[in-house]
Ligand binder design. Sequence first.
Ligand code: CS2
Length: 486
Amino acid sequence: MKLSRATLPNLPPVVRQPAYDPASVTIGIVHLGIGAFHRAHQAAFTDAVLADDLSWGICGASLRSPDTRDALKPQDGLYTLAVRDGGGEELSVIGSVVELLCAPDDPEALLARMADPKTRIVSLTITEKGYCHNPATGTLDEAHPDIVHDLQNPETPKTAIGFIAEALDRRRRAGVEAFTLLSCDNLPANGHVLKRVVSRFAELRDGELARYVADVATPSTMIDRIVPATTAADRASIAAALAMTDAWPVMTEPFKQWVIEDDFPLGRPSWEKAGAVFVDDVSVFELMKLRLLNGSHSTLAYLGYLAGTETVAEAMALPGMAELIDGLMVDEASPTLPGLPGFDLAAYRRDLVQRFRNPALRHRTWQIAMDGSQKLPQRLLNTIRDRIAANAPYARLALGVAAWMRYARGLDEAGQAIDVRDPLSARIAAATQPLKDAATIVDAYLGFSEVFGEDLPRNADFRGQVVDALETLLAKGSAATVAAFR
Ligand code: CS2
């Protein structure tokens, strides 16, 4: 038996089911990037409040692979969310995703759905590189091959930016109000970044569209939930618990946080009833999350992978790692954060360490290590900039950067190839693999201004600290370097 609307009555009672009839849900949200993260986070928040207003169902679109559509369409969009920690597992079937599209197969279907007046929100989890921007400056990369393609072929776009611009243009021409654009990616001021790249793209298309785009609401959000990729073992254990198969269940942790700027001219689901927090300005929360959680995560991922650990929990157990991460968060990153009156930062950090140690999640270091060139600026480098400006030490942050450099060259400590997934991986490997000593490797990396900007490569102290850290990593290896923090 397979999970679907027809088989819901056969589920065992321990599995929570939608508090509404999924067949009565209509679409109000188009989500671009229907991966596990969206399904563990925003789709779950929506599912929890959908009974209040059935017009907020989600059309989930993939911009590349058909895998999610192929897995979930035969299940009427239903899937299992497994919330796991040391205490056990809670299972729910989520019913908020009611349509699945694969953009490359049928771009027109997605454009028509986005242009439909009933679509009032277009949300995104397309990862950092999906913004086709220069990570160091946050501006549209106009030479990006997919952006060039989308400007030349506006009706058959490839990128989220191209789809959004064309859908907005159709709404403009039809006299329909614009949807709210809701970026849910791990970028500082994600709403502003999205507005900036879509506005620039619209300008390059035409002036009327650019004027229409200027008024589109793009609230920023901070979203947080750890979601490891689903494994074959996860699928098997969920099938056993459900007594039926689910082609793509999603694994996550109990913790979830969603902070949103409340700017939705065409309305929104009552997400606050599911625990979302609406604020005027999300930027402080975003900085906190990016610099503490994600900055630690990337550092753990590179050092952990190099030391031979497969998961974050295993990396946390390396001698010295807990001390290193604690020092990175408490001594180096936290002092760069603006005040958050009434917010218990120490408790937030303690929770983070617990979350990293969650024994029930196999969150692979390799998964987090992906796309480092797109992640480093907001996770580590901007924090370092603030430390430099305050004339304060940042050795642990510099070690995180050096660990990325050690990893992204594509050779592990035994000299074996690493499967590096990063838009810059080929260029980085070509520039750095032939080099042997730390200083020349660092200098080759500093030539990537889309990562390091113009300022850091010129900063002798920064260069020196990263060279020292990389020298240690190359000479002693990651495990011994980390152990020195004990
Ligand atoms: C992780 C994030 O893969 C990564 O880079 O750091 O996906 C992290 O798990 C989430 O931001 C947690 O909310």
